[in-house]
Design a protein around this ligand. Structure first.
Ligand code: 5GP
Ligand code: ZN
Length: 115
């Protein structure tokens, strides 16, 4: 989608530190990390958020979920554990309206999800 930041990252019009990629997804370092490992996993097609998943794009979403595990392995956080977040809509704090999964780890994040 034109004017979507993450579509531009997916098409490499905007550069990012790519951690993992296949035909369906791209995973790259968050520009403003909140933990030693903070990677964003996104589909290579524009899907706005979790509310817009359907038959027509579910393959991309499944590939995102599978890519999360690959990212965890590549970044070395698989065994120690990590957190996956997909902010959705205004109350969810979603800033970029292109579906993405934050993969966060590399330290003990505790049990509290919201401050
Ligand atoms: P949201 O709040 O929408 O769930 O998360 C958007 C995330 O995208 C934020 O964590 C933010 O740091 C990250 N971000 C915003 N702009 C860029 C960018 O240009 N490059 C990268 N790598 N990350 C970005
Ligand atoms: Zn997009």
């Amino acid at each position: 989608m034109q004017d979507c930041l993450f579509c531009k990252i997916a098409s490499k019009q905007i550069s990012s530190k790519i951690i993992y990629e296949n035909d369906f997804v791209i995973a790259f370092n968050d520009i403003n990390p909140v933990a030693p490992v903070h990677v964003l996993v996104i589909p290579k097609i524009h899907i706005k958020d979790l509310n817009n998943i359907g038959k027509e794009n579910e393959k991309y979403v499944l590939e995102c979920i599978k890519a999360i595990k690959e990212v965890a392995k590549i970044t070395g956080i698989c065994d120690d554990g990590y957190r996956v977040i997909s902010n959705t809509g205004e109350n969810g704090g979603q800033v970029i309206p292109h579906l993405h999964f934050h993969v966060i780890g590399g330290k003990n994040l505790g049990a509290k999800i919201v401050n």
